[in-house]
Design a protein around this ligand. Sequence first.
Ligand code: GLN
Length: 212
Amino acid sequence: MLPVIGVLALQGDVREHLAAVSACGDVRGVPVRRPSELDAVDALVIPGGESTTMSRLLEVFELLDPLRARIAAGMPAYGSCAGMILLAREVLDGRPDQKQIGGLDVVVRRNAFGRQVDSFETDLRFRGMLGGPVRAVFIRAPWVESAGPGVEVLATVPQSTITGADAGAAAGRAVAVRQGAVIATAFHPELTGDLRVHGLFCDLVKEAARAA
Ligand code: GLN
């Protein structure tokens, strides 16, 4: 049986992630909205959107605790942008009532790049990725403010990306990380047509399925 990768479908760019996952081949992509659907997947993508809204919907749909439990038990997960925020251990500049799924030993700063640079694109050197730099689209993105010892940094903001007042603060910040079976990017690979980040996650999921 093909491994099943769910895409959390409460809010955000669900369709694009389902398409990207399906394009991996040898996995099946399905939307996840309820606990029974979460039970049926081998891995989960948490899309971009708005982390405060998604946090509220996770509680309304009674998914927060089951999702925390699955990830703590080792289910592979990939979070993009708001998904990265939700997977983080701690959020700076979040709303006081926003909840974390956790699973990733990082502190992230929400809307970190400042007003001047709400959205931007850049090429990132992505550790271990074949085929050259990854085109990254950032939309009111977080960055990783600090990471625990078990977290591998896969990509950082290049020196020359941002000009003006925020330049110094942004350069060198981690924007793609991995801890075990959990991957997170501050950017949106589902929007560029470059499916290598999803490919990396799909490979990880296939490997976990083979090992199970
Ligand atoms: N700023 C959003 C948040 O706080 C994230 C934006 C995104 O996912 N594109 O959740």
